[in-house]
Design a protein around this ligand. Structure first.
Ligand code: NAD
Length: 323
C-alpha cells in the first residue's frame, strides 16, 4: 500500500519559515553547482498564449521533485493568482510517490529563499532602504525572506498598479516596516542598498543611472528570452553578476542573453549562486553594483518539497491519502 501526504499552502507556510528554508536552499544550490543533482532543463510549453513549465530534479537528501507550473498574467483581472502549480515528491531509491503539495506557495517560498541566500552573500553592509519594483504576490515573500538578512531603514515601492502598491503597503506595515510609495522609478531607488525586481515587465525597470552604489540588485522577473528587467547600464556597471544557473539564464532570460550577444558581458564573468555559497566565487567584492538574476530552478522545488515532507512527518501535519 502506498500512502502519500497532501500538503496545503497554509501548511507549507507553517513548515518552511525563512530561518529553516534559506540554509537548505543554499545547500541545494551548492549541490547543483557541484553537479551532484540531476536537473534537466525545464520543459516550457506555450498554451493559450501562456507559459507553462514542467520542472524536474533529484536533489540528494531531499528526493525527486516534479512541478507543473503556469504563469497566467491575465488572472490578475480575474482575481486569481498569476502563478499556479502542483509539486509531487518521490523517493529516489524505491521510486514510491511520497507527497503532493500546493505549488504556488512553495514557489514563492523557495524563490524568496534564493533571494535571501544572495542577500546573505552579496548585500552591502551599509544601511539604507530596500526598493521593491513590482508589488504583487512574490514581493511579499521576497520582503519577508530578504529582510532576514538585510534590515532596511525603509521599504520603497513602485508598481504600475496603484492597488497593488496599496495592498502591499498595508501588508508590509503590518509586519512593522516603514513603507514609502513612489510615483516613479527614479524615486524608488533612493538610498537603496538592496533592490528587488519582482514584476511582470518585459522591458527594463532597473535603470543603472538611478542606482546608488553600493547596492545589491535581485531580479526574479523577465523569464523569457525576449524580456528584460535590467537595462544595459546596470549590466555594464555591475562589479559582479551571479545567477541561479548559467545554462538556464542563457536560454531563458533576455537579461543575460541580450547583453551577452551585445558583448557587454562574458559568460566566464558570470558566477552561479552555488559557487558563491561554496566559497569558490566571491559574492560582494567592493562598493559597486552586484546582481543576482534568477529564473527559478527545479532544485529549489525538490529541496523545499523534500524538507516540507520531512518536517510534516515529524510534526504529523498534512492529510494522508492511500493511493
Ligand atoms: N525567478 C523565479 O524563481 C521566479 C519564481 C516565481 C515568479 N517569478 C516571476 O516573478 C514575477 C512576479 O510574479 P508574481 O507572482 O508576483 O506576479 P504578480 O502578477 O502577482 O505581480 C507582478 C506585479 O508586477 C507589476 N508590474 C508589471 N509591470 C510593471 C512595471 N513595468 N513596473 C512596475 N511594476 C510592474 C504588476 O502590476 C504586478 O503587481 C513574474 O515575472 C514571475 O514570472 C520568478
Amino acid at each position: 500500500m502506498v500512502e502519500i501526504i497532501f500538503l496545503k499552502g497554509s501548511e507549507l507556510e507553517e513548515l518552511l519559515k525563512p530561518e529553516i528554508l534559506v540554509d537548505e536552499i543554499a545547500k541545494a544550490f551548492k549541490l547543483f553547482s557541484e553537479g551532484k543533482t540531476v536537473t534537466p532543463p525545464r520543459t516550457v510549453m506555450w498554451i493559450e498564449g501562456n507559459w507553462w513549465g514542467i520542472m524536474q530534479s533529484y536533489v540528494p537528501e531531499y528526493g525527486v521533485g516534479v512541478k507543473i507550473v503556469n504563469i497566467i498574467p491575465a488572472n490578475l483581472e480575474r482575481g486569481l493568482p498569476t502563478i499556479q502549480a502542483i509539486v509531487t515528491l518521490f523517493d529516489p531509491v524505491i521510486g514510491s510517490p511520497l507527497a503532493v503539495m500546493e505549488g504556488g506557495v512553495l514557489t514563492a517560498l523557495r524563490t524568496g529563499a534564493a533571494s535571501a541566500v544572495s542577500t546573505k552573500y552579496m548585500a552591502p553592509r551599509e544601511e539604507g532602504a530596500l526598493a521593491i519594483i513590482g508589488t504583487g504576490y512574490q514581493a511579499r515573500y521576497q520582503l519577508r525572506f530578504v529582510s532576514t538578512y538585510f534590515k532596511p531603514v525603509e521599504v520603497r515601492i513602485y508598481d504600475v498598479r496603484e492597488e497593488a502598491m496599496n495592498s502591499f503597503k498595508k501588508y508590509a506595515e503590518e509586519l512593522g516596516f516603514r513603507v514609502v510609495k513612489c510615483s516613479s522609478l527614479e524615486e524608488v531607488f533612493k538610498n537603496a542598498r538592496v533592490v528587488i525586481e519582482a514584476s511582470t515587465t518585459k522591458t527594463p525597470v532597473i535603470h543603472g543611472k538611478y542606482l546608488e552604489p553600493p547596492v545589491h540588485v535581485i531580479s526574479i522577473g523577465a523569464h523569457i528570452p525576449e524580456a528584460r528587467a535590467l537595462d544595459d547600464e546596470t549590466i555594464k556597471h555591475a562589479e559582479n553578476i551571479v545567477v541561479d544557473s548559467r545554462e538556464a539564464v542563457l536560454k531563458e532570460t533576455g537579461d543575460i542573453r541580450i547583453p551577452l550577444e551585445k558583448g557587454l558581458i562574458k559568460m566566464e564573468d558570470i558566477a552561479e549562486l552555488g559557487e558563491v555559497v561554496a566559497g569558490k566565487k566571491t559574492g560582494r567584492k567592493g562598493g559597486g553594483i552586484t546582481i543576482f538574476k534568477s529564473v527559478g530552478l527545479a532544485i529549489q522545488d525538490a529541496c523545499a518539497a523534500g524538507l516540507a515532507y520531512r518536517l510534516a512527518k515529524e510534526k504529523n501535519i498534512g492529510r494522508k491519502i492511500e493511493l
